[in-house]
Design a protein around this ligand. Structure first.
Ligand SMILES: [Zn+2]
Length: 683
């Protein structure tokens, strides 16, 4: 799939800055073999191996609330085949999946949406047809790449929309940072085999793991296209060699998480200016070939990358460039082909995730349908399960939270009147996107009738491309939400100044009709509070009420904000997780700010409503973050996730508040005690 392979998916989304509750990390690696059970000030009991060392549930939460609240669940839960994690989020995702399965398999359902999603679902599971086609769909692509004899031929291949041969950069339509209402063209870098560009300067365990997995995959896939195993090995070497050159011009993951990231990628210019940046690399020809030259404005996220492409796009390097495309065609599309190829893709996933076995085919098919036919799946789901009451409830709670934030902002002593007023304007302008949208993207014209799985995926990809092409220069329709409402997650979108509390998170510990007020506020309430605070974290604070990148702070207030933020970063940096690894305060600052502000908001709201059972509230809150990870997954979360590890999201967040310390009579010497002078609340 040309826009959804590893090569383009990651970077094509470069402007989707949504600040989430959970991130979807794409790869993991082995952690250190030793010293799993250390960590300070708490042991990391999210790590599967660590929980097994605890004999009994602690009698009180005074030393470790996370362990106390989640012990029974963690001790008796096993990570399922094909999974790298189990969590309260997974349990809600399971509920949504069960319901979705009924949509995918109920033949009595009528309408275009049900027809599309059921068609793709059964095409995925039609192994007879997939095995009969074998690797032929990719063989055709590889043959075309092999047949290229000069740079002009390569350029022609890049311009051929039906070739599906991949690209060396990503292009997509998005609204800009300066004007969040109008679509422009975004030219960004491609994704790399080893994920983080820093891996090419200095390989970490994560990079080693990814490299081993891709070498294994290439060794099994390339021989199916006529290469020997020795040739396959050499082809991977050369592909990594080319990536090493390009990676020097691509921002590292750490750079992407730094507060100035948006300024660095916000290189807006006219399309002509953008296309003029390359002399050798046929940027202009490709953009015209794909029909995106209608765009008037353009963002080039990393100009240095295009300069680098210009350097390597020469006749001398033709074989290197072709080799790279062939390696990617073989390993990016494994999951779309026959059973043998599909099993290689599972083996890759197990090597990088530390998982074992495989998820049932039906579950993978469901995820695939949701990922590729998002709107039809969402609509078919809502047609079967009415959610109008939920939409009313969630809208109401969101509004309550916004009202309480107004009070919080008014009470902030460190803000000047000027900045306070701007903050409140921004708060009041927040759009509440609750549960599902009122308007949907049009899917008429898409038909999968008679297509096998591979061709269905290509047809959907082409259809989405056509839509993408229609966007530049047009105004954004805010009634249409461009994301999956069945995902178990929530978002703040700074470019829209919207909070998005969607259907897929409304279940389990987050939301039930008969919940106590404490459970409800610890669940979906704290999620909503978390998302609102992203409007005022280190990234969100750079966008104004309209969603434009625009500084609304006085200098003194912004400095005060940054110094409070620094205290929080230092606080997290003083901790170690498993294996002696330091917690990465810099990476998790925005999400930690959001967790603390969200909890503060919920405590305030509960108190407004009357008597509070604090123990119920804090224990419910701890259960929201219940999670069990493989070592590989926990290592990745520690090193690359913008969210604190789940035991820290629980323990560090609650210990900031008097209500918690008082509820359990926590004193100096207890593991959960924090000196009030060391609190690191930003809001
Ligand atoms: Zn968040």
């Amino acid at each position: 799939m040309k826009k959804q392979t590893r090569n383009s998916l990651k970077r094509a989304a470069a402007l989707l800055l949504a600040l989430t509750l959970l991130s979807a990390l794409t790869a993991t690696a082995f952690a250190d073999e030793e010293a799993l059970d250390d960590g300070s000030p708490w042991v990391d009991y999210v790590l599967r191996e660590n929980i097994q060392t605890v004999e009994a549930r602690p009698e009180t939460p005074r030393d470790d609330l996370y362990l106390y609240a989640n012990y029974d669940w963690a001790k008796t839960t096993e990570i399922r085949p094909g999974y790298r994690s189990e969590s309260s989020f997974n349990m809600v995702a399971d509920e949504i999946r069960e319901m979705s399965m009924a949509v995918l398999t109920d033949e009595s359902l009528e309408g275009e949406d049900a027809e599309l999603v059921q068609g793709l679902y059964s095409a995925f599971l039609d192994w007879d047809a997939r095995n009969a086609a074998g690797v032929e769909p990719i063989q055709k692509i590889i043959d075309r790449i092999r047949d290229v004899s000069d740079l002009d031929g390569l350029t022609a291949l890049f311009c051929d929309r039906d070739a599906h041969a991949g690209q060396f950069f990503a292009f997509s339509s998005s609204t800009g940072f300066n004007d969040p209402e109008t679509y422009l063209l975004v030219l960004s870098t491609m994704g790399l085999l080893l994920g983080d560009s820093a891996e090419y300067a200095e390989r970490t365990e994560m990079g080693e793991r990814l490299e081993a997995a891709y070498r294994m995959a290439a060794g099994r896939m390339l021989p199916r296209f006529g290469y020997t195993e020795e040739e396959a090995e050499d082809m991977v070497d050369r592909a990594l060699g080319l990536e090493t050159e390009l990676a020097g011009a691509i921002m590292t993951s750490a750079e992407q998480m730094s507060p100035d990231y948006i300024q660095r990628i916000n290189n807006e210019m006219s399309l002509d200016e953008a296309l003029a940046t390359c002399r050798n690399f046929p940027l202009s020809t490709i953009i015209k070939g794909w029909g995106f030259d209608v765009a008037e404005r353009c963002i080039v996220t990393e100009p240095a990358y295009f300069e680098k492409l210009d350097e390597v796009y020469t006749e001398e390097r033709l074989e290197d460039l072709k080799n790279y495309l062939i390696v990617c065609a073989a390993i990016d599309n494994m999951g779309l082909l026959d059973r043998d190829s599909y099993e290689v893709s599972i083996a890759v996933s197990n090597m990088v995730n530390g998982s074992t076995g495989a998820e049932p085919d039906e579950e993978v098919a469901y995820q695939l349908v949701r990922g590729t036919l998002t709107t039809p799946m969402d609509r078919a789901f809502l047609a079967k399960y009415d959610a109008t009451q939920m939409k009313e409830d969630i809208t109401r709670i969101c509004q309550e939270c916004i009202d309480f934030y107004r009070r919080m902002l008014n009470e902030e002593e460190w803000l000047s009147a000027e900045t306070r007023q701007k903050a409140i304007e921004k708060l009041d302008a927040i759009t509440i996107n609750a549960v599902y949208p009122d308007k949907w993207r049009d899917y008429s014209g898409l038909s999968l009738e008679g297509l096998d799985y591979f061709d269905s995926v290509m047809a959907i990809s082409d259809f989405m491309e056509e839509y993408n092409r229609s966007l530049p220069n047009t105004k954004k329709d805010h009634k249409i939400w461009d994301f999956d409402i069945l995902e178990t997650n929530a978002y703040y979108n700074p470019q829209e100044n919207s909070i998005n509390i969607i259907r897929g998170i409304l279940g389990g510990v987050f939301y039930q009709e008969n919940m106590s007020r404490e459970e409800l506020y610890a669940g979906i309430g704290s999620v909503i509070g978390h998302e609102i605070s992203h409007a005022f974290d280190t990234k969100g604070a750079q966008f104004d009420a309209s969603g434009a990148l625009n500084n609304w702070w006085t200098e003194a207030d912004y400095n005060a904000f940054l110094s409070r933020d620094q205290k929080l970063i230092d606080f997290f940096n003083s901790m170690t997780a498993f294996g002696g690894y330091q917690v990465q305060g810099q990476n998790i600052q925005t999400e930690a700010i959001a967790d603390m502000a969200g909890l503060k908001c919920m405590l305030g709201l509960l108190e407004e409503k009357g008597e509070v059972n604090y123990r119920d509230f804090f224990e419910s809150y701890a259960k929201v973050w219940a999670r069990l990870n493989t070592r590989e997954m926990e290592y990745l979360c520690l090193m690359q996730d913008s969210h604190p590890l789940h035991y820290l999201r629980t323990n560090v967040t609650v210990q900031q508040f008097d209500q918690f310390l008082e509820a359990y009579d926590i004193r100096e010497g207890d593991g959960m005690y924090l000196d009030p002078a060391d609190r690191s609340l930003v809001w």
